[in-house]
Design a protein around this ligand. Structure first.
Ligand code: DON
Length: 561
């Protein structure tokens, strides 16, 4: 009997152990089929933290919170406490919601703060160092998400505290990122940080973040107050004073996340739920999908010159509207209704010429109308809740400033404002008055956490980082699945193309098909090989079968059961 039981017990033990990923020895899992729940995120340990919470009885919202907190530790390029983000959810009772925890301009910010005496933008000023940071929103966003979960915050912070306190082995991509920025970390920081070391970082090195562990403990104990008041807020204000920044204790205490009504629309019989302003993502996605909905794209074929050309032209027009009209809805009046009206979108694309580019110089914003480094995670649970979160520091490692004594990086999100009309930001995006800097205002974003329903049930849960390429990546993800019927892995991993009105070029990833490239070049498009860009996390649920995909482009990884 004993000899029969032993292998069985051993198998059980191995199974249990394999569910507890080892922080010193892990590798990404790019695809899985699950039956109960799944998480897809930028890092194996973060996806595992989310899955562990669901094994303990938490729901998808709990898992999304735990995954974000773990990302703040294991993925410092973009996971964060010192940045901001957006959450879109579809709950099992049919409710949809979006939470806006985008950073805000500090009270002392003003519209010309990144211009020199001659009125020209000083480019690095909105990107590097203390002045580039907006007031962080992430912890307020987690606190605003908490009522939709079921477990206490202390349980959700626990995996992140262990990872920060005991450390974890860094990946090759992380080592490369940290090495690339050693000089910047030294130059821009006022205190030593965990990210700087004498010898170059290499894959497998352990990263320990004691100050960050203490900040996480304060959050576990006091929730929002553990971050926006008391010790953490004091450390942020002191860091700002030492480094010439402008965020004050009062800015921290005043920060609030906002519950907003998601963008919702239909596309080819599916319901798309996405992020409203101050993200341009949901509106942009609705515009692009709306412009191509009536084209027989599937007849032209996946990646055919005809299909790609029509999609590029839709991207061009949506980005022209974005530059002109979109900004923080708490500050500017945006004609959302008109911009997303079905008739308007049909007319908007009606002037396109098959086989020929429409020069961007000729594509002004529609209307006029009256009056007026990021990371994504997707989660589904066994009850039918679906959560889609994109969160960011903006550039890789944000403004590269670690808050002395608190151990977390700050964002450089101020660069997402239009620092001057006509001056491109980090992603080459242009803007106008609608996205000018003002105290307390939220900068426009492209982040597009999205959920697609089929037959009124969650079908796709998806999103991606990638700055201006976010919306076009999401556009292609949805078209790949809904129009071309590609399988989940190909939907994520197929090469992409990107156009954003200005500049005139069309970017393509290296593996984009040569024949289509030649055909588009012959039509007069200026194609440039770039990337790889964006890292799409996709969960697809069909007939009770859950498929989770992590993008091949990074350390992205899935977990679940
Ligand atoms: O909010 C935005 O649109 C940008 N700050 C996102 C930045 C981003 O995706 C960087 N990742 N590659």
């Amino acid at each position: 009997m004993r000899s029969l039981l032993f292998p069985f017990l051993l198998l059980l033990a191995v199974n249990a152990a394999s569910q507890q990923a080892d922080p010193y020895n892990y590798s990404p899992r790019k695809y899985m089929a699950a039956t109960r729940f799944a998480v897809s995120s930028a890092h194996p340990m973060a996806s595992e933290a989310g899955a562990a919470v669901m094994r303990q009885g938490g729901n998808a919202v709990d898992a999304a919170i735990a995954t974000q907190l773990a990302l703040a530790v294991v993925y410092p390029q973009a996971g964060n406490l010192g940045g901001g983000g957006f959450l879109v959810a579809r709950l099992t009772d049919g409710r949809t919601l979006s939470i806006d925890y985008r950073e805000k301009a500090p009270g002392k910010a003003h519209r010309d703060m990144y211009l020199d005496a001659a009125g020209n933008p000083v480019v690095r000023r909105s990107l590097d160092g203390h002045l580039a940071a907006g007031v962080p929103g992430t912890v307020a966003g987690l606190a605003a998400s908490l009522p939709y979960g079921r477990l206490p915050l202390s349980k959700l912070v626990a995996p992140a505290i262990v990872l920060a306190e005991k450390g974890f082995a860094i990946t090759e991509q992380e080592a490369a990122g940290l090495n690339r920025l050693q000089e910047a970390f030294i130059r821009l920081n006022t205190r030593p940080s965990a990210f700087v070391k004498a010898a170059p970082w290499k894959a497998g090195d352990t990263l320990i973040q004691k100050d960050l562990a203490n900040t996480l403990r304060r959050i576990a104990k006091k929730g929002m107050k553990g971050f926006y008041e008391g010790e953490t807020a004091r450390l942020v204000a002191e860091e700002m004073q030492r480094g010439g920044g402008i965020i004050t204790k009062a800015d921290m205490a005043a920060y609030k996340a906002v519950l907003r009504k998601p963008v919702e629309f239909t596309f080819r019989g599916h319901t798309v739920i996405s992020m409203p302003l101050p993200s341009s993502g949901g509106i942009g996605l609705q515009q692009m999908l709306g412009m191509v909905e009536d084209f027989p794209l599937e007849k032209y074929g996946f990646h055919s010159p005809e299909a790609v050309q029509r999609m590029i032209e839709a991207e061009r027009r949506a980005y022209a509207d974005r530059a002109q009209y979109l900004g923080d809805p708490d500050f500017v009046k945006v004609p959302v209704q008109q911009l997303t009206d079905r008739k308007y979108l049909q007319q908007r694309i009606a002037d396109f010429t098959p086989g020929k580019p429409t020069p961007s110089t000729g594509v002004k914003a529609g209307g006029p109308f009256e009056s007026m480094e990021t990371t994504h995670l997707s989660v589904v649970d066994a009850e039918g809740n679906a959560v889609s979160v994109t969160t960011t520091l903006n550039g890789s490692y944000g403004n590269k400033v670690v808050v002395g004594g608190a151990g977390f990086l700050l964002n450089n999100e101020m660069d997402d404002f239009s620092v001057k009309p006509g001056a491109p930001n980090l992603y080459g995006l242009l803007g106008t008055e609608a996205n000018a800097i003002a105290p307390g205002k939220r900068m426009l974003s492209c982040m597009t956490p999205t959920i697609v329903l089929k037959n009124n049930l969650p079908y796709l849960v998806t999103g991606t980082p990638g700055g201006s390429t976010i919306i076009t990546s999401l556009f292609q993800t949805l078209v790949n699945d809904i129009v071309f019927g590609l399988d989940a892995k190909t939907t994520v991993n197929a090469p992409k193309f990107h156009h954003q009105w200005w500049p005139e070029d069309v970017l393509i990833e290296k593996a984009f098909p040569d024949s289509t490239r030649t055909a588009l070049t012959n039509m007069g498009y200026n194609l440039k090989v770039s990337g790889p860009w964006s890292r799409t996390e996709l969960i697809r649920i069909l007939n009770g079968k859950i498929e989770a995909v992590g993008d091949w482009r990074g350390d992205d990884s899935v977990a679940g059961e």
